[in-house]
Design a protein around this ligand. Structure first.
Ligand code: SF4
Length: 329
């Protein structure tokens, strides 16, 4: 990994309006993302972890401009992509592609998998002839571990792992620089998960790809990531290199996540931390620190004052009043 930031997210907010507020009250919004800042470095895998409802998928979709940001910017290779439209937006999207949890849902059951993989290349007129498109499709199938002879078969003939390989081949068909993988192995059996994770690693080496890897499962994120971003109620709570996070995490939410995972770590050795209650509604998020309603270290100040994201060691950022002064209290 080199330290060139190829993608920057700055103060990114995404609110979804809710239609038909009860009793004629003013408009309500789902606060999916709140002032998210992140850098993605060329060649790295940035893991994004958080519970369901933390805004992980919205973050991926807003970066790729499938959702328009409510406020803030996404810069790719120095260019603000939030304002792109038409052809420019189409060109930008060739650089960043998404791999989804359920490739079956995005595959047309009436089209052969060869066509499903070739479709983006045809739509973007990547090759002048059918023969070149066919050759590129077969190459992609080989790269992801599928037999080119299967190109004429239909999605229902494939297993879950094979369908995910089809989804990955399709995502690679426009030669992207970045893949955003959104729960890309969550629906698979554990043994198949590891095959697909190994495939992602091999493709990264072979093609020089950069990944944002979104998952609720910390062990999956730990396996594949170079750095990890912890998201809670649309807010970045901690970002650190993976090796550091598992030995020296600071945020109480990260501590609870790691203590509950089956992975060896400092928090794990201290015993499991069970958080009280559910993640609050993003329609009416708590004031002050977003985590204060469940935090076992909550102070009076946390209920009224939102902490900022502070760099407490090089490359290690934490949002918590316990660390308002640089270094650990
Ligand atoms: Fe807990 Fe307060 Fe830190 Fe929030 S700011 S995580 S409530 S100690």
């Amino acid at each position: 990994m080199n330290m060139d930031s190829m993608l920057q997210v700055r103060n990114l907010k995404k609110y979804f309006p809710i239609k038909g507020s009860l009793f004629g009250a003013g408009p309500s919004y789902v606060h999916a993302l709140e002032n998210v800042d992140l850098d993605l470095y060329k060649g790295e895998t940035l893991g994004v972890v958080g519970e369901s409802g933390s805004g992980k998928s919205t973050l991926g979709r807003t970066i790729i401009q499938l959702e328009q940001p409510t406020a803030g910017k996404v810069l790719f290779e120095g260019k603000d992509v939030s304002a792109l439209k038409g052809e420019e937006l189409k060109r930008f999207r060739t650089n960043i592609q998404m791999v989804f949890q359920d490739p079956y849902a995005s595959l047309n059951p009436r089209l052969s998998v060869g066509y499903a993989i070739a479709e983006p290349m045809i739509a973007h007129k990547r090759f002048a002839s059918k023969a070149e498109t066919k050759e590129a499709t077969e190459e992609l199938m080989k790269k992801v571990g599928l037999q080119p002879s299967m190109a004429s078969q239909y999605p229902h003939n494939f297993s879950g792992g094979q369908r995910q390989r089809i989804g990955i081949a399709r995502a690679l068909s426009l030669n992207p620089k970045v893949l955003i993988c959104d729960e890309a192995v969550s629906a698979l059996d554990v043994s198949v998960q590891s095959q697909i994770l190994n495939l992602f690693n091999a493709l990264k080496r072979e093609l020089g790809l950069t990944y944002i890897f979104i998952a609720h499962d910390l062990s999956v994120v730990r396996y594949i990531s170079d750095r990890i971003l912890v998201l809670y109620l649309g807010t970045v709570m901690e970002i650190a290199p993976k090796s550091r996070l598992f030995e020296k995490h600071y945020h109480p939410y990260t501590e609870s996540l790691i203590s509950a995972s089956p992975e060896p770590s400092t928090a794990k050795r201290k015993g499991r931390i069970i958080l009280s209650g559910e993640i609050p509604s993003p329609i009416n998020p708590p004031k002050g620190c977003k985590f204060h309603t469940r935090c076992f270290k909550c102070m009076e100040r946390c209920k009224v004052e939102e902490p900022g994201l502070r760099e407490i060691e090089t490359g290690h950022f934490v949002r918590c009043h316990l660390y308002d002064e640089k270094g650990r209290n």
